[in-house]
Design a protein around this ligand. Structure first.
Ligand code: AMP
Ligand code: GLY
Length: 423
């Protein structure tokens, strides 16, 4: 009988996971909770289940005789979904609640990095606005971070004391991002890299490197978003360099967590700044990146089912080396009017059927009304193309993106342009 897999989550990342699982030679049965209307066109979805509802997910996984649950978003991981599934005897791809604290608490991540000798920006924890201002001194710009999960909004780059004071007040006085501590962090200069590694409790195995585009406008201008595009691989970051970075960043963390009795299983995502002094970690995520996953997984040639299952077993990845297609992948995000400050719903989406069949369109914020796809969120769709060069992949992705129209559509025009210029 085919293996039965449940993907948890309902965005573009989960759609990319579903598609990659369906490409497995094992021909798995895949379902998704809650999924979205795009995912529902590929597999069965349990749309009534919230991705944060641990009990409902465990119950549904039992009822559907699921062999493996693959968890997309961070919220259920930090809430202990993988622990609850383990208790119910169901295999889960993802870290325990304890290991997910690497993403759930920036203070904890800093403590682990210090203990494991992983390079990261210098920081201080502060408890009052005055302490924060004092800790910063004259060093601007500076980065101010709230401790807990903040859906990407808990990081402020302050250019001067007024901005720093406003950020500290929002975090410490108004408690906009919860009760946790606040970090004042050294501002690092360089280019960012997303390097994800699959982990089996003892070993970290690098995936293909990627870069994402966090700002809403071309040229990295405007406010931060959930991500407006991504591409993979990255010029200058070859296999040997990936292995070096994983040895300096991911593996020491995996070793330390194993030694502390909270082994890391799942995917460890390091957001890295490539500084003049070498790589330095900006953050850890304990899940697949969005939208990096939409560019990385279409390049994966290994059997995703096999490697995710292997990661659930202690030492299961010992024999595994991930194989990636030599081609480039570029993902362009289509966002709705108002994003990231607000979002727009109900705008009719046209042209989906005209997109070339070798371009992968994954859904994020869409709904179906009277048989038509409409916008239903900030990030609406992801358009991914493979190509033998960065420019071929870019051309494919933008040709696909151009076909798809809706009122207020926003997209960046410079995704992967950097790679084209360097290749
Ligand atoms: P984080 O959620 O910690 O990755 O921060 C979000 C974004 O803020 C990062 O992707 C960077 O663009 C920026 N950022 C975070 N920390 C720093 C830092 N220490 N120096 C410069 N930029 C940073
Ligand atoms: N691409 C950034 C993230 O997934 O957090």
């Amino acid at each position: 009988m085919a293996i039965k897999i449940m993907v948890v989550g309902g965005g573009g990342r989960e759609h990319a996971l579903v598609r990659a699982l369906l490409r497995s030679p094992q021909r798995p049965t895949v379902i998704c909770a809650p999924g979205n209307v795009g995912i529902a066109a590929d597999v069965e979805v349990l749309s009534e289940i919230s991705d944060g509802d641990v009990d409902a997910i465990v119950t549904a996984a039992g009822q559907h005789a699921i062999d493996l649950v693959v968890v997309g978003p961070e919220v259920p991981l930090v809430a202990g979904l993988c622990d609850a599934l383990a208790e119910a005897g169901i295999a889960a791809f993802g870290p325990s609640r304890a290991a997910a604290q690497l993403e759930g608490s920036k203070a904890y991540a800093k403590e682990i990095m210090a203990a494991a000798g992983v390079p990261t920006a210098a920081h201080r924890m502060v408890e009052t606005v005055a302490q924060g201002i004092e800790a910063i001194g004259a060093k601007y710009p500076v980065v101010i971070k709230a401790d807990g999960l903040a859906a990407g909004k808990g990081v402020v780059i302050a250019e001067d004391q007024d901005q720093a004071r406003a950020a500290l007040e929002a975090m410490i006085v108004d408690r906009q991002f919860g009760d946790g501590p606040v970090l004042v962090e050294e501002f690092l200069v360089g280019e960012e890299l997303s390097l994800l590694a699959l982990c089996d409790g003892v070993r970290a195995v690098p995936m293909a490197p990627a870069q994402d585009y966090k700002r809403i406008y071309d040229g990295d201008l405007g406010p931060n978003t959930g991500g407006m595009g991504s591409y993979s691989p990255v010029v200058g970051i070859d296999d040997a360099r990936c292995a070096e970075i994983v040895a300096a960043v991911h593996q020491p963390v995996v070793d330390l967590l194993a030694a502390r009795g909270t082994p890391f299983h799942g995917v460890l995502y390091a957001g890295i700044m490539l500084t003049a002094d070498g790589p330095s970690v900006l953050e850890f995520n304990t899940r697949f990146g969005d939208p990096e996953t939409q560019a990385i997984l279409p390049r994966l040639r290994s059997d995703l089912v096999e490697v995710l299952l292997a990661a659930t077993q202690t030492g299961g990845l010992a024999e595994v080396e991930l194989e990636f297609d030599d081609r480039w992948a570029v993902t362009v995000v289509l966002a709705s009017r108002g994003y990231p400050v607000s979002s727009s719903s109900g705008d009719v989406i046209s042209g989906l059927a005209e997109v070339a069949s070798d371009v992968e369109v994954t859904h994020a914020g869409t709904a179906c009304v009277a048989g038509e796809f409409v916008t239903a969120g900030g990030r609406v769709l992801n358009v991914t193309a493979l190509g033998v060069s960065p420019s071929a992949a870019r051309d494919g992705a933008y040709a696909g993106a151009e076909m798809i129209k809706f009122n207020g559509r926003q997209l960046r025009r410079d995704i992967a342009l950097r790679a084209v210029e360097r290749a």
